[in-house]
Ligand binder design. Sequence first.
Ligand SMILES: CC(C)(COP(=O)(O)OP(=O)(O)OC[C@H]1O[C@@H](n2cnc3c(N)ncnc32)[C@H](O)[C@@H]1OP(=O)(O)O)[C@@H](O)C(=O)NCCC(=O)NCCS
Length: 173
Amino acid sequence: MITIRRVKLGEWNLYREVRLGSLKEAPCAFSTKFEVALERSDKSWKRQADDASEGDAQAIFIAFSDGKPSGIAAIYRDKEKMEDAEVFQVWVCSKQRGAGLGTKIMDTVFEWAEQVGCRRVFASIAETNKKALGFYSRYGFVKVSEVDGETKMEKRTRSNKKPATSTSDSRLS
Ligand SMILES: CC(C)(COP(=O)(O)OP(=O)(O)OC[C@H]1O[C@@H](n2cnc3c(N)ncnc32)[C@H](O)[C@@H]1OP(=O)(O)O)[C@@H](O)C(=O)NCCC(=O)NCCS
């Protein structure tokens, strides 16, 4: 059974485990390197996970397959323009790929984005990551620009709510 939920307050170790797992398994997909992330302090992981566990500025979602962590995505709203947000750290464990889990995780991200009033969600994908580019395109993202080997894409949400004003941000990519 698949469940997808937001990281809860105090679950920084779960977040750390899944994020490190993704960096180790798919090193080419992310700008952060596994070895660098491994050096991060517990305090830094805790701050990032706790900040994303509540409020409407950022959120991290973890997917579980039969209770086992199997995917992740994080979304951060633009502090200067709260109607915009960016999705980061999208990953599905290799065994679960191609069965729709990435799509389900993205649906969860968009549900949250719409609830908090975001109108656009952006994503930056390495130009060499053809699988991810295909995945985002199929999901409805369209290319906005290409800079330094990264393709920036966007997708509009169905939200018509007026976005709330800014809150804190402890993002570490
Ligand atoms: C990109 C990524 C998150 C996609 O996750 P996923 O779970 O495989 O995504 P989905 O299953 O929803 O869709 C992917 C493929 O499965 C197909 N698919 C979806 N549901 C399916 C189903 N029920 N049965 C068979 N195939 C299905 C999709 O059509 C798509 O086809 P493709 O093989 O031509 O790509 C995953 O490949 C990944 O983690 N990659 C490494 C990390 C990465 O690149 N992250 C992005 C950083 S920008």
